[in-house]
Design a protein around this ligand. Structure first.
Ligand code: F8G
Length: 251
């Protein structure tokens, strides 16, 4: 009997796999994904190439198994809030944060829009972003790639970018990638400015550039890989059967 045909990967599934690939080769570290798509990505990585990743419920509960979104698993360990800072300082962590703004050197803003003295919008504040970015690997997830988010210079630096990361205290600084609904970007350039690493199938270099408020380095742009059949099965049947991913990246 032949297997039934598999529906082609959606854009959301391509984004999930790009988020999973953030953790490729990570080994035994704490994965701290913030938001739906990074959580799906970290769990997909754990079920495929990175079984040693530590994942939590976003608070203090470390999962022994890899539950679906909204699910739980037996307890593997307990990491009270103060312990998180030990892990941050030890560098054995990869956080994937959101961003209200991100600029060409990877500075991120989750604090305020406009002049700091009298902001047009006040968000929830920089939180762990400064400490994360100077201590261990950091990536960002942006569900709607637009010039509003990708700005020439952020209004306030929450997560530290490469132009501010100089001197020996910042030797652990490692802004790795930005994954969006259109593309994967990195800082693998001589001056550590943002490079378009890959565009998702169905997007183009021109589209990504139009939606970015500064010129990207666009030499040798790849196409983001498609999920494997096993990854599609895990996404659809195991990790996200109710389709949270499609709410984050529709269509
Ligand atoms: C804008 C823009 C823009 C938004 N330009 N306007 C407007 C112009 C928008 C709305 C209004 C609100 C280690 C650790 C920690 C800890 C410890 C441990 C962290 C230290 C834990 C606890 C702690 C940080 C983790 C994230 C953020 C995840 C997201 C959000 C978002 C959207 C950021 C993308 N460009 N943008 N506006 N946190 N969140 O029109 O106007 O502003 O807009 O690691 O914490 O403390 O530290 O944010 O925005 O990673 O990703 O979803 O606020 O929801 O509602 O869109 O409509 O009200 O008029 P948001 P949004 P209006 S690590």
């Amino acid at each position: 009997m032949s297997n039934p045909p598999i529906d082609p990967a959606t854009r959301a599934e391509i984004c999930a796999v790009a988020c999973a690939d953030l953790f490729a080769g990570a080994g035994e570290i704490l994965a701290s994904p913030m938001g739906t798509m990074p959580v799906i990505g970290a769990r997909l990585a754990r079920l495929t190439t990175e079984p040693d990743l530590l994942i939590s419920d976003g608070e203090a509960y470390l999962f022994a198994e890899t539950p679906p979104l909204g699910g739980t698993s037996p307890l593997e360990g307990w990491m009270p809030y103060r312990k998180v800072f030990d892990v941050v300082a030890a560098g054995t962590r990869h956080v994937v944060m959101g961003a209200n703004q991100v600029d060409r050197f990877g500075n991120q803003n989750i604090s305020c829009i406009g002049d700091h003295a009298q902001p047009k919008r006040q968000m929830f504040g920089s939180r762990g972003a400064p400490g994360n970015t100077v201590n261990h690997r950091t990536s960002y997830w942006v569900p709607k790639h637009s010039p509003r988010v990708f700005v020439e210079a952020v209004d306030m630096v929450s997560g530290v970018g490469y132009n501010h990361a100089t001197g020996s205290p910042l030797r652990y600084h490692d802004v790795f990638r930005v994954v969006t609904n259109l593309a994967v970007l990195d800082f693998d350039t001589a001056d550590r400015s943002m490079r378009l690493a890959s565009v998702h199938p169905g997007s183009s270099v021109d589209e990504v550039q139009e939606q970015t408020g500064f010129p990207l380095v666009t030499e040798a742009v790849a196409t983001t890989r498609l999920p494997t059949c096993e990854e599609l099965r895990l996404l659809r049947d195991v990790l996200d059967p109710t389709g949270f991913r499609d709410k984050e990246v529709p269509g």
